[in-house]
Design a protein around this ligand. Structure first.
Ligand code: FES
Length: 222
């Protein structure tokens, strides 16, 4: 199939059909921050940090570049005013839940820190743990339930009991890939799913009064 022609930040480029805008833009030298897009995991579109402005026929819109494939004749802007404003808002929300977020990124986008109320639950719904467990480890212990602000990560009781004790302290454990350290070190052995025989699925064990110290330790380890 013939290559697709598009413009990235005013430069004409070509890309294989099916290439995501993120990859095409990075190949063209653009710097685009990402959080939930990790090598070896399917694109998920959760964090929205990778947004770019897409212009077609004079109309512009913001899209997640990790999920949007190249198209013939489009113009893509990776640092337009709209994009910068959008990313700044995302970073502001993330910062309220993620004390160790990359400070250089906050500075670059002039993020107004401290405006959003701090949250005790550091889960930023990036889905890395869920996808890592299913796509890389093929264990399917973790999943999502709920929608919108009710959405949360759960572990499935029977599978957690079977697989987590063998996995949690290993190099390929989901704990190692959680960017905020919200999954505590003893999640696998003391998570609610492991304790409650009846429940099909329970929220993963995250920060609370009992395990605040464990979380601080894991945050320091990141
Ligand atoms: S990197 Fe694209 S949405 Fe997270």
């Amino acid at each position: 199939m013939s290559e697709i022609k598009l413009k990235i930040n005013g430069e004409e480029v070509t890309a294989e059909p099916g290439t995501m805008l993120l990859d095409a833009a990075r190949k063209a030298g653009a710097e685009i921050p990402t959080l939930c897009n990790l090598e070896g995991l399917e694109p998920f579109g959760a964090c929205r940090l990778c947004v770019v402005e897409l212009i077609r026929g004079g109309r512009s819109r913001i899209v997640a570049s990790c999920l949007y494939p190249v198209e013939e004749g489009i113009d893509v802007l990776t640092e337009s005013e709209k994009v910068v404003r959008y990313r700044r808002n995302i970073l502001e929300l993330l910062e309220a839940r993620w004390p160790l977020i990359d400070k250089a990124l906050l500075e670059k986008y002039k993020v107004n820190t401290g405006r959003m109320a701090r949250r005790d639950n550091f889960c930023i719904m990036c889905g890395i743990c869920v996808r890592h467990c299913s796509e890389r480890r093929k264990l399917n212990v973790l999943g999502f339930v709920g929608r919108g602000i009710e959405r949360q990560v759960v572990s499935y009781t029977m599978r957690a009991k079977e697989f987590c004790p063998e996995c949690f302290d290993k190099e390929l454990s989901c704990l190692k890939f959680c960017p905020t350290g919200v999954i505590v070190n003893d999640c696998a052995t003391r998570c609610p799913a492991s304790r409650d025989e009846e429940a099909f699925a329970k929220p993963i064990r995250v920060r609370d009064d009992d395990n605040a110290i464990a979380v601080k330790k894991s945050l320091g380890d990141l």
